[in-house]
Design a protein around this ligand. Structure first.
Ligand code: ZN
Length: 634
């Protein structure tokens, strides 16, 4: 998942599931999702009707589940792959009606697990009919915020199905079909065997694991570009837009994405997808996201994402990040993120690998594929390093704890993130840490090896279909030791598992140093007052205040409106000018502020002028930092 960025059932079944989890093989004999072998019985048929999605924001599900008479529990998916949290949008499930042989069957929700529904299948009933309405996207983040606009719709299957508690995600099979909103609508998905009759499309039978890994994007304004082909394997960019002109993408932009696929394959030298489909919505109405899957990713950017180079560069790692997850996250998955069903809690504590290293390669690839310019790389890193080096929360909370707490931190409020720390930490500080690992390997092997070598050996391997091979922290350490013998256990203990007063610095040894100057950068613009006053604000309202900063000492808190600066109505430019003036006059900056209806004037005693982080070259040293973003291909 791109940041924009638990309860175990206390029943015998839960105990059995734990045993199954820990006894799952760590390598090789992974659960293949590429070659679904339907169980002896018939699959569950699942139909989702999106006819009313564009106008009324609902999707209607009809399922037929083969059953035997007796007690049965149905699950609504709770822990959602890629979202790393128990965020199945169950509050949107309505009009749930179960029937057998035409008669209504009563259900009862379990009081201690609101995602579990108990029923008794009456004698003589072999097919349980499940019908419900999914009530659109009115809340939530990531996939829960996306269902439809008037021109685009997305099926995220976990929203629109129930499954019986009796099976695992690997051995429960579905025969899915959908009804598109209207005849003019087109669709794209990693699901195979699609046969369209009128507005209805049916797909091949797949395991539950494969199904929820294969969303469908659809829309009226659609373009598809072939990015790469080798034999029967293809990579496509599928784009759905609200406005037709948002699909007028320059060939040079498509060229970057073609290069992205070439670069990834050049680094990993293997793939774990048969065909890969980027499913990208560009819309000012449909919320954006990035959710990874084995053979696709459900991505969303603003309406001008592909047509405005500035916007594209700002979010330039969206597709590279999600694509990287096909290797790091989907093929190789932390064991704690691969429970046998969608109800058991995740162990998110290795997200510093899954997301941290993907954040690193998502960014690195955005330079190697040319979307971002290599000259921007040092100041990009300066912005990340400076933020985490100015994060007081790092003094109480080790990085691993931000990953372990992911199910809550992803959904935490933004205010005081500097003291709480956030889900962004294991992504971006994770990126700094993997850069440091890369730097160590490059330096000690005289450039013969790099983190790419590890990535290739650990996440590449041999080309397969979409299979899962789980790993542990020790597997990561062993894999790194194969590339370069080093105290990697100690390294991660220091930077991930302990409180570290600074983030890992990989640039000083590679020819660059961090300085603060009065000149803004592309990554830290003029309106950023974090490194001077210690505040961030959105349209004049304080979003965060750095603990211990000049603004903090003056008594400023979050959700406070900045009304006036030195007696004039607030603007970012005015505050910037006041910071410049205070350096000369040594007079505190006067701010009229409003919080919960109360007005007051505060004085910020800050006299050091504007401050923005930069990386600058250390004279006479080799520039190894720039080696990292050099492409493999032309
Ligand atoms: Zn991610």
């Amino acid at each position: 998942m791109k940041r924009s960025l638990t309860l175990m059932r206390a029943v015998l079944g839960g105990v059995v599931l734990v045993v199954a989890l820990v006894s799952r093989p760590q390598v090789a004999s992974a659960a293949p999702v590429s070659t679904p072998k339907p169980a002896a019985g018939a699959p569950i048929t699942l139909h989702v009707d999106l006819t009313k999605a564009p106008s009324q924001n609902i999707a209607v599900t009809r399922e037929v589940i083969p059953v035997k008479p007796g007690p049965l529990t149905l699950y609504y998916p709770k822990w959602i792959p890629g979202e790393h949290a128990p965020v199945g949008p169950i509050v949107n499930v309505a009009d749930l009606i179960l029937t057998g042989n035409g008669k209504v069957i009563a259900w009862r929700r379990e009081p201690h697990d609101m995602f579990a529904f108990d029923l008794t299948v009456p004698p003589g009933v072999s097919a349980l009919h499940v019908g419900f309405t999914y009530l659109g996207a009115t809340f939530g983040r990531y996939s829960s915020a996306r269902l439809a606009t008037s021109n685009i719709a997305v099926i995220t299957w976990n929203q629109s199905l129930f499954y019986p508690s009796t099976g695992t995600i690997q051995d429960t099979f579905f025969k899915p079909s959908i009804t598109l909103p209207a005849a003019a609508w087109k669709y794209a998905t990693a699901l195979v065997g699609g046969i369209r009759r009128g507005d209805t499309v049916s797909f091949d039978t797949v395991s539950l694991e494969h199904l929820i890994d294969s969303p469908i994007d659809m829309g009226t304004h659609y373009r598809r570009w072939l990015l790469w082909q080798q034999g029967s394997a293809h990579a496509y960019l599928n784009v759905f837009a609200d406005i037709p002109s948002e699909l007028d993408v320059k060939p040079s932009v498509i060229g970057h994405y073609k290069k992205l696929v070439r670069e990834m394959l050049a680094m990993y030298r293997a793939r774990h997808w048969r065909n890969y489909n980027f499913l990208l919505t560009v819309s000012d109405v449909m919320p954006g996201e990035g959710i990874e899957h084995h053979e696709s990713s459900d991505d969303g950017g603003p309406g001008d994402y592909l047509t405005n180079l500035k916007v594209l560069r700002r979010g330039g790692d969206l597709l590279s990040h999600e694509f990287n997850h096909s290797w790091d996250g989907k093929y190789r998955m932390p064991a704690g993120l691969y429970p046998p069903n969608l109800q058991m809690p995740y162990d998110d504590s290795l997200l510093w690998v899954y997301e941290g290293m993907t954040q690193y390669y998502g960014d690195v690839m955005s330079y190697r594929d040319g979307i971002r310019k290599a000259k921007s790389w040092p100041n990009h890193l300066a912005a990340i390093y400076a933020y985490y080096d100015n994060e007081p929360g790092r003094m109480w909370r080790p990085l691993v704890d931000t990953a372990t707490s992911g199910p809550y931190l992803y959904y935490a409020p933004r205010g005081y993130a500097n003291e709480r720390r956030s889900a962004g930490d294991f992504y971006e500080e994770g990126e700094l840490m993997w850069l440091r690992v890369d730097s160590i390997i490059r330096a000690r092997t005289n450039g013969k090896k790099s983190l790419d070598t590890f990535a290739r050996e650990f996440f590449g391997g041999k080309t397969t279909g979409p299979i899962v091979v789980t790993y542990t922290r020790n597997d990561i350490i062993a894999g790194l030791n194969k590339v370069l013998p080093y105290d990697w256990a100690g390294f991660f203990h220091k930077w991930v598992y302990s409180v570290a007063s600074h983030p890992p610095d990989a640039f000083t040894v590679d020819g660059w140093k961090l300085v603060y100057t009065a000149t803004p950068t592309h990554a830290v613009p003029k309106r950023n007052f974090w490194y001077s006053l210690g505040i961030s604000n959105v349209r004049g309202t304080v979003a965060d205040v750095k603990f211990g900063s000049p603004a903090w000492k003056a008594g400023l808190g979050i959700n406070t409106r900045l009304v006036a600066v030195n007696g004039r109505a607030y603007s970012d430019n005015l505050l910037y000018d006041a910071i410049v003036a205070a350096k000369k006059t040594k007079t505190p900056i006067s701010l009229l502020v409003e919080h919960t209806g109360a007005y007051r004037t505060i004085a910020i005693a800050y006299f050091s002028g504007p401050r923005y982080p930069h990386l600058v070259r250390i004279k006479g040293t080799p520039n190894r930092l720039s080696e990292v973003v050099k492409p493999y291909t032309k």
